[in-house]
Ligand binder design. Structure first.
Ligand SMILES: [Zn+2]
Length: 175
């Protein structure tokens, strides 16, 4: 039997945020890093003075220099061990920077992320919602029916007439 719990927990860890990370509690910059091996489900671990049950994935435990707040982070995903975001993480962040509830085309997000990674090193803020596992999207809202309860009820003749007017206007604009 495969233990998928640890794998799921590992996927949920925020990325390693680098040497000059910002504490989510006191906003101080800089934290201690300690390696923690994966823990079996029967092993209790401690974080911020609270005991918590396993399983825990292999991880890096961070501790704020100033207020001792602790949090877990994933091991660096690649050789950018300075904690700068990977291209995939940058693309994810960019996709969450759009001003409207629209998704960036994945190819565009990736292209921008690659250019950005060439120009600068971007570090994640621990605890920011963008690095938390995504929630289920709210149920899609059904498109409004123009003839719904609020709109006037059209007879088939009126409807045909309205469609003819719309088609005429469309021709006007096409010209
Ligand atoms: Zn702190």
């Amino acid at each position: 039997m495969t233990d998928t719990t640890a794998a799921v927990a590992e996927a949920a860890l925020p990325p390693y945020s680098g040497e000059h990370t910002t504490c989510a509690k006191c906003r101080n910059i800089g934290a201690v890093t300690r390696y923690r091996p994966a823990a079996h489900w029967r092993v209790m671990t401690e974080l911020n003075g609270r005991r918590r049950p396993g399983p825990q994935p292999e991880r890096l435990e961070r501790e704020c220099h100033r207020c001792d707040y602790q949090w877990d982070e994933a091991l660096p995903a690649d050789d950018r061990a300075d904690g700068g975001l990977t291209v995939d993480q940058l693309a994810h962040a960019l996709d969450n920077c759009t001003p409207y509830r629209i998704e960036l085309h994945p190819e565009i997000a990736r292209f921008m992320a690659e250019r950005l990674a060439e120009m600068c090193a971007v570090y994640p803020v621990p605890g920011h919602p963008v690095w938390q596992p995504e929630e289920e999207p709210p149920p899609a809202v059904a498109p409004q029916d123009p003839e719904g309860p609020k709109g006037p009820k059209l007879t088939p003749e009126q409807r045909a007439g309205a469609e003819a007017i719309i088609a005429e206007q469309q021709q006007e604009t096409d010209r």
